[in-house]
Every structure is written in C-alpha cells, then in structure tokens.
Design a protein around this ligand. Structure first.
Ligand code: M6R
Length: 616
C-alpha cells in the first residue's frame, strides 16, 4: 500500500513527481524513491531513501538526477522490512534497465520468485514488487513486441496491483497496469501525468482517465494506448474533473491533528449546511435505491477503524430515530462472511479516504451481487469510493492530513445523525421542523465540542498529559453508544501515543477484565446521558474503584456521583442524548493528542501507519 507517480512528456519529470508524491504521502511514508531516464545518454538513473519524502528530496538536492520520463513512489511496507533500503521502490530487473513502482500485493510472488531464481535472476529485496521487474525482463526477452510481453506478464501476476514501469530500451513510453488498486492518468499538452490519486496532478490538468479495472496503458507523451488483460484495445474516455488539492496547511498549530481537532466545529456546521442544501439530491438517491424509502427494512454500514466506530455509533441513530434495524460490518471481515442480498435494504460504505481496500472490496461484493443499492460516505470527492458506489454522501471536513482521524469521524457522525432524521421525515415520523431542529442540535453540539476542549486544554497539557503519559496500558469502558466511542478513544491512544489500550463494554468487565485492574492501569469511563445507562455505568465504575483502580471519567453535567468517584473527571454540558459522545469527541481527542505530545511521538505520522490503507 503505497503511492505511485509517473511522468512522460516535454518537461523534466522530477518536480512533478516530488510534488505529486508529497500530496500522496498519506498513502505511506516508510521510504521514497525516484527513477528516470537520463536525457544525455538514456541510462536509467535512480535514488531511494528510507523514511519520509523529505529525505528523498534532500538526497536529490545533493545528487541531482532528472529526465523526461520518470517514476516515483512512497511506501507503506507490506513485504520486506521498512528498515532495509533495498526494499524501497523503484525495483529493477537484473540489468537495471527496467524500473517499477508498485502499489498492491502480488499474491503469488513467492512461487514466481522461486522460478525466477532457478532461471538465474538475482534479487536484492524482500519485496513482492521485485518479481514484476524480473518477470518483465524475461517476457521482454522472449516476446517480439512490448505489448505481447506485457500481456504475458499480467497473465502471470495474481493479487491486486497498480504499477508504473519505465524501460531503458523504450524511452518514448511508460507502462501502466491496474488490477484492483487505483491508477489514473492526467492528460496534458504533450505530457502525461500518472498517479494513484488525481490530486497529484490536479493543478496540471483537468482531463483525467481513471484506468478501468484490469487494464493496461502504454503511455506516450501525446497519446495513450489502452488494452484489457487479453490484449484487446479499449476506448479511452477522459473525464473533465476539477479537484481541489490544496490544503490550508497547519496554520499556527503545531500539528495537523491539533488543527483538525479545532476544525471540527466548522466542519460539522459546514456538513449540516451541505446536507440541507443538497436535500433534493439525497432524496433522489435514496428513492432510486430503495424501492421506496418508506419500505426500507434494513441499513447496512461497513467500514474500518475509525469509520467502523462511527458506523457502530450511527447504528443507535438509525435504530432510535427512524427505527430501522441496522447492521454494522467490519469491512476486513465482510469478505470472509457469506453475503445475503436483501430487498428493501441499503448498504452504506464509509471511508474518510474513500480508498480503503477492505471497504472497497466489501462494496464490490455488494455491487457485483446486484442485489442491493450502495452509497459511499466519504470525505474525498476524488476517491475510488465515490466512483464505485451507486450514490454518495459527502462529509465537508476539508482535507484531513493527520493519520489519526478526527474531523472525519465527527462529520461522519453528523451525516448519519442527519440522515436518520431525514429518513424519519420521509417516513412521516417527524416533521420538517424537527429535521431543522436536529440540524440545530448538531450545530449546538459542535459548539459544545469546541468549548469543552478550550475549557480543559490548559489542565490537560499541564496536569493530566504528564500523568497519563507514564502508564504503559489503559482500559476504556462505555455502554450503549458510549461503548463504540470508547473503542474509538482506545484506538486513538494506541495509534498516536503507542500506549496499549483495551476497550470493553462496561458491563463485561466482571466477566474477566476486572482481573487486570491495578494501580498501573488507568480506567477511562465514558458516560451516557440516559439515566438508566448512567446508573449502570456508575455501578461498573464503582466495581473498578472497589479494586483500587485509577478512574478517569468523561461525564455530563450533573453526574455528581460518577464525578466524585473518579480520580479525574472531564465534564461536558448536556446535549441531545444521542449526541453526547459527539460533544465529548474533541476533548477525548485532545486528551490523547496531549499524551502523545508529552511522549514526543510523531503525532501526524505515527510509525507503521498510513492515512489510506489500499491493501487488504
Ligand atoms: O479512510 P478510512 O476511513 O477508510 O480509514 C479507515 C481506517 O484506516 C482509519 O479510520 C484508521 O483507523 C485511522 N487512522 C484511525 O484514526
């Protein structure tokens, strides 16, 4: 899971490739590399470095290379240690005349590598990618035409891959192959831009070809030839699309995560405004997909990580507000389970990036079954999810750069809270006035979210973060909607602070986890505004205290018993009960952020992670 970029044309390739890769670094940052054909003698030149793209830029400043045909890559390691420079892309054949950058996994690489070694090929990396280069070397040697070699190459490769390849003997063309992983081409004036995501070249051209699945393109500077995997020619249909690739930077914030925590009030309000002004479009989509919205019997939600947590919370919205049974699926498990298409049901695939391979795989299963309408809920309008889902809902969070998802989470909740009311309205369960009231509740909640962070930020930075940064592990508890919220908090702490954290439904601790309670394991309890649920949570908190546990609570105003019981408490004003967790979202995220900062973690780019996981 990585990003690839390529260029062929009238200009030098390096500046586009580095700028394009910078915009795509969300896809991985374990290493970076660049290769090009020398304009002077046509030789293949390359540079690769471990770590973030900046290291490659520094190297290229020190030892400049450039050419009119080039490829680049940033890596999120799958096969082969990220600590070994040999594993960085590009990868080469034996003669170092073929350079390949790749995103995806060649699943049969092991057997291919074995055969190639038997034929005398020498490998330098532990990656699956290197087999493509060596295999292509043999195919070029045994086929009369370049195209013939490519067709034979793809016939041998299994798995999901998007790769870009340049070959010293063919200085006027670049090879692009796509199977499942995304790849797109920007058509310029005597130049072609290639990347995993069109934002890489959004300022260069609006004429874009999204390569179809299982397609091959041989790109020249002024023309593209496209084939399917059998070698039949396919028509090229460029689309004219304008994408906004700019970001507003970190502003005065030290980290993107911090900025994005504070972006949330505006992002939630912008999302509400967007939904209100696009009601007709949403209505069209829902009524086309569900035979009739009033017949809707089940809503399926699927996602990974934070998106999955938002889906789990949204289950309470749909089941409570519009009374539609809702099932939530983990995308990575979905494809391992039997799938039953249902009538009068919709399938909502949720992904901030719109590129998560597991979520896209789940979507494709449903799309291919033809049995259920699908909707993509994403924050990225240029994403694969937008193109592949039957219809879409867009959050208005603005680009989220930090790997830890913050404002995408709160705006997903916003969309789904609103959608539950919108469906209720269509079913005649609520009035338009009540939908407007729900919008107002969301705006109020957004303000509470921000105020809560402002109120506690000084205390968190100076008192709580230094204290909680000392622990090696933590337990998180919640009930009802605060349970998936606690799951999200535990994920955040793992992800940015590297503190082992385990989450349970509070009622479950007596069935085993209570054995873990000791002075070295803080327990965080996320309260609920509903009196009955609150009382039960209070009992669970008492069970922890009775065993000398260190208790920190995120509570609501008036929950004195819980607040007094705790060693540390954060208290948030009451909002609509189902929005209580959204109101404490900023506080929870800021708390985790401050601990990570205290520990000196690379907050925006945590180790081993990436913003978009494009491998399954
Ligand atoms: O882009 P997606 O929403 O599909 O991403 C899913 C997860 O990879 C993502 O939410 C991940 O868990 C975040 N880094 C959590 O902060």
């Amino acid at each position: 899971m990585c990003s690839v970029a390529g260029y062929i044309g009238k200009n030098y390739s390096k500046s586009f490739i580095l700028e394009g890769l910078r915009r795509l670094e969300y896809r991985g940052y374990d290493s970076a590399g660049f290769a090009c054909l020398s304009p002077s003698d046509g030789r293949l030149l390359y540079a690769k470095t471990q770590g973030r793209l900046i290291c490659l830029e520094e190297r290229l400043n020190q030892f400049p290379i450039d050419g009119f045909l080039g490829v680049g890559h940033t890596r999120w390691s799958t096969h082969g240690s990220s600590a070994r420079l040999d594993n960085a892309h590009p990868h080469f054949d034996c003669e170092k005349t073929i350079a390949i950058v790749h995103n995806g996994i060649v699943e049969n690489h092991h057997e291919l590598k074995k055969q190639l070694i038997e034929y005398g090929h020498v490998f330098h990396s532990q990656t699956d990618t290197e087999v493509i280069a060596h295999l292509f070397e043999t195919m070029l040697a045994t086929h009369v035409t370049f195209k013939g070699a490519v067709i034979s190459l793809v016939a041998r490769l299994e798995g999901a891959y998007a790769f870009v390849c340049i070959v010293q003997q063919y200085p006027d063309q670049m090879l692009l192959v796509r199977r499942h992983s995304p790849l797109c081409i920007g058509i310029g004036d005597d130049e072609m831009f290639v990347a995993s995501d069109p934002i890489a070249f959004a300022d260069k051209t609006k004429k874009i070809v999204f390569m179809p699945d299982e397609s091959i393109v041989i790109a020249h500077k002024d023309v593209l030839e496209m084939y399917d995997f059998s070698g039949a020619s396919s028509a090229i249909v460029p689309q004219t699309v304008e994408y906004d690739w700019r970001t507003d930077g970190k502003k005065d914030y030290e980290h993107y995560m911090l900025k994005e925590i504070f972006d949330q009030r505006t992002a939630i309000c912008a999302t509400v405004g967007f939904l209100r002004s696009n009601m007709d479009h949403i209505w069209d989509q829902l009524s086309i997909w569900a035979d009739s919205i009033t017949q809707l019997q089940c809503i399926h939600l699927v996602g990974c990580g934070t998106s999955w947590h938002a889906a789990r919370m949204a289950q309470f919205f749909f089941e409570t507000i519009c009374k539609i049974p809702t099932r939530v699926h983990l995308a990575s498990e979905f494809r391992c389970m039997p799938f039953f298409a249902e009538k009068n049901a919709i399938f909502i695939a949720m992904s901030q990036s719109g590129e998560t391979a597991d979520t896209l795989a789940a979507l494709r299963i449903v799309n291919e079954s033809g049995g259920m309408p699908t909707i993509g809920l994403t924050n990225v309008d240029s994403s694969t999810l937008m193109r592949e889902a039957g219809g879409f809902l867009l959050t208005q969070a603005g680009r989220e750069i930090a790997v830890a998802s913050t404002k995408a989470f709160s705006t997903q909740l916003t969309v789904l809270y609103w959608l539950a009311h919108f469906i209720a309205l269509q079913k005649g369960m609520i009035s338009d006035g009540q939908l407007e009231q729900a919008e107002e509740e969301l705006r109020t909640c957004a303000q509470v979210l921000e105020n809560a962070v402002e109120e506690y930020k000084f205390e968190i930075i100076h008192t709580h973060a230094p204290h909680y940064a000392q622990y090696e592990r933590a337990i998180f508890l919640g009930r009802h909607i605060s349970y998936p919220f606690a799951l999200e908090a535990a994920l955040k702490l793992k992800e940015v602070a590297y503190i082992f954290s385990q989450c349970y439904p509070a009622g479950e601790i007596k069935h085993g986890p209570l054995a873990l309670i000791d002075k070295n394991t803080p327990v965080f309890v996320f309260s609920h505004q509903d009196e009955l649920i609150y009382r039960k949570l209070l009992s669970n908190a008492q069970e922890v205290k009775a065993r000398d546990g260190r208790l920190a609570v995120f509570a609501f105003e008036g929950q004195q018993e819980l607040i007094c019981l705790a060693d540390v408490s954060f208290v948030v004003p009451r909002v609509k009960p189902l929005l209580g967790q959204l109101a404490m979202t900023g506080l929870m995220q800021f708390f985790v952020y401050a601990i990570a900062k205290e520990l000196g973690r690379p907050i925006d780019y945590p180790r081993n992670l990436a913003k978009a996981l494009t491998v399954e």
